[in-house]
Design a binder for this molecule. Sequence first.
Ligand code: IPE
Ligand code: IPE
Ligand code: MG
Length: 261
Amino acid sequence: MSDDLTNIEQDSAQVLPRHIAVVMDGNGRWANKRHLPRIAGHKAGVTATRKIVENCAKNKIESLTIFAFSSENWNRPEAEVSSLMALFVSTISAEVKKLHKKNVCVKFIGDRSRFSDKLQSSINESEQLTEGNTGLHLNIAANYGGRWDIVNACKSLINKVKNNEVSIQELDEDLFDSFVSLNDHAPPDLFIRTGGERRISNFLIWQLAYTELYFVDTLWPDFSDEHFESALSWFAGRQRRFGKTGQQIMNEQLPEKLKSI
Ligand code: IPE
Ligand code: IPE
Ligand code: MG
């Protein structure tokens, strides 16, 4: 058999990601193209977000983690930042009850302490309302940065070491992982970035170590059900090798009967 097994087609109906992470990029350009203020693009982006949440729930995806606001986005013009903050408050209050009815469990990752009291309360209330839900896990990254996440994990770990709850000798990747965000989720299988840029922009840098990266030029407000389906089909065609050879992966996927032939 050929050693080149990089393009093995897999049955898309069978290979769905358990966890999808999305950088929802391109709202500003979407608005610019229409001679609208940037905030109009962010508002249009909310509709696309609602759609992907519904599609993930429909496809029984376990977790969806979306990048709503990065730790670097504070560097934008003050007017854009404050209108984004207002949009977060109004979107959370408009959407959370609906998400709760759909059995979605909502969590936020990132440093929420920089947000207004009002926004922090609506974040806390939405988490409390939905915490018992057993459907899709929707994680919203807000004032999130991957480097912040790693430094934050180090701080928690050092405190545990100081209190003799953890020893340096027992520190390994699994233990470190238990201190970073989303440690109660499988790592993302599929990363989607819209808007044409081919970069991670400080999103989940620890968690994305073995994620399949999918970049699409479509601007986030235009990201439709069909675009989502295309991303899933692309993912289903990947062969995830985790350092092994293609041949090994093929053998692992063979039914037991065939392996012994
Ligand atoms: C992503 O869209 C949304 C946020 C960062 C909040 P952008 O606002 O970055 O859109 P572009 O990249 O300027 O088009
Ligand atoms: C990443 O998008 C952050 C979010 C989507 C919230 P940006 O548009 O801020 O990323 P850069 O700065 O262009 O890399
Ligand atoms: Mg952008």
